[in-house]
Design a protein around this ligand. Structure first.
Ligand code: AMP
Length: 366
């Protein structure tokens, strides 16, 4: 049932969302606006998404009985989190319409599979699979130093990454990674980091937001500038890569593609996520249709919305204690505040974000 029918699911239907974080919360809010209900599947009590959804199943992602009951209770299943076990996604697809299909998740959650897949469509930085400290030394000789060692699975926001410097102690670097299978990537001489989010419908149509520019602090997204300050040629190329990847995956839903622009003016794909993405939060206030509404439209088989952007925008994440600035942000007429309902502001935790809008072509510093 993974790809399923092309008949639209009417308003009033229930969308099942795997994962209970802020992406599920904002998807549920967008779904509610169009008259849909959301049912969240999460191992966590009081998850951000559950606070605004019609129903929640609290269970482990491997709990087959809970997965089956959930699948039977919803019209379609989607994901706000790509690290749901691929076997669970396949199991869900035996009982429900699953969009995007389990193949998209299986690729996105394994860096090695992901890199292999991406290279069938667009270039990445050179990489090697590594399974031991000796392998690591050999791979570093082949692709050069500096390089970045990454775990193959469950890596996000820079977790599970070690910089391999020219004077690296390979045994220590390997131990730091916990001896898991990983990949060694050539370090990219970055001009900037960009991303493109595209929505693809069951009919194969798509709607794509312009490329945006992302700045990270401590490997966590700090700021998105929309649109990216790039030549027309490079932004068009970035958009074309996102389309080609979504088509090659036969994806229904959203695909966010993170890319590097090198100082030499090349675009290399870093990674992709088959779900809403932090670098698309600006669309909530600056575009005719937000990324979250676009996801609802795609998975329900509705016409995709306009990606017309009435403003340029800067999105800033509120990480950890940044959230304590909410009274000032609320008092600032230029700030559009979004908070995720998380009780505890732990360091590195995404607590909310702020969008600031600018007339088109008038981003600060441009
Ligand atoms: P990732 O978890 O792969 O998205 O990596 C997190 C961040 O680390 C990226 O957004 C980049 O800022 C940086 N990074 C990752 N891989 C590389 C690379 N091969 N070369 C340079 N910077 C990198």
């Amino acid at each position: 049932m993974a790809s399923g029918s092309v008949h639209p699911l009417p308003p009033g239907s229930t969308i099942g969302i795997m994962g209970g974080g802020q992406l599920g919360r904002m998807t549920s809010l967008a779904a509610a606006r169009l008259g849909y209900k959301c049912h969240i599947f999460t191992p966590e009590a009081d998850a951000p998404a559950s606070q605004v959804a019609a129903a929640t199943t609290i269970a482990d992602y491997e709990d087959r009985e809970a997965l089956r009951r959930f699948a039977e209770a919803v019209a379609v299943v989607t994901f706000e989190f790509e690290n749901v076990p691929a076997e669970s996604a396949e199991y869900l697809a035996e009982h429900a319409l699953v969009r995007p299909g389990p193949n998209c998740l299986a690729i996105a959650q394994d860096r090695l599979k992901e890199k292999e897949f991406i290279n069938t469509v667009a270039p990445t930085t050179p990489y090697r699979r590594v399974t031991s400290a000796d392998d690591l030394a050999k791979a570093a000789d082949e692709i050069g130093r500096p390089a970045v060692l990454k775990t193959s699975r469950m890596g996000y926001d820079g977790k599970g990454q070690v910089l391999i410097a020219p004077d690296c102690d390979y045994a220590a670097a390997w131990a730091e990674m916990g001896g898991e299978v990983g990949i060694l990537e050539a370090f990219v001489d970055l001009d900037r980091e960009i991303s493109v989010i595209t929505a693809r419908s069951p009919h194969g149509g798509w709607a794509t937001y312009p490329a945006v520019e992302n700045r990270h602090v401590n490997h966590i997204l700090d700021t998105t500038i929309a649109p990216a300050r790039l030549s027309r040629e490079l932004s068009d190329k970035a958009v074309a890569i996102a389309h080609d990847l979504a088509d090659a995956l036969d994806l229904v839903g959203l695909l966010a593609v993170e890319m590097f622009v090198t100082r030499g003016g090349r675009i290399l794909v870093n990674e992709m996520a088959p779900r809403p993405h932090n670098s698309g939060h600006w669309t909530m206030d600056a575009c005719a249709t937000s990324q979250f509404e676009q996801l609802v439209r795609a998975v329900c088989g509705l016409p995709l919305g306009s990606v017309d952007c009435h403003h340029d925008a800067v999105m800033t994440n509120l990480i950890g204690d940044d959230v304590n600035g909410w009274p000032d942000l609320l008092a600032d007429p230029g700030a559009r505040l979004h908070l995720y309902g998380k009780a505890e502001a732990r360091p590195g935790r995404k607590m909310g974000h702020v969008n600031r809008l600018y007339p088109k072509g008038q981003l600060p510093g441009s």
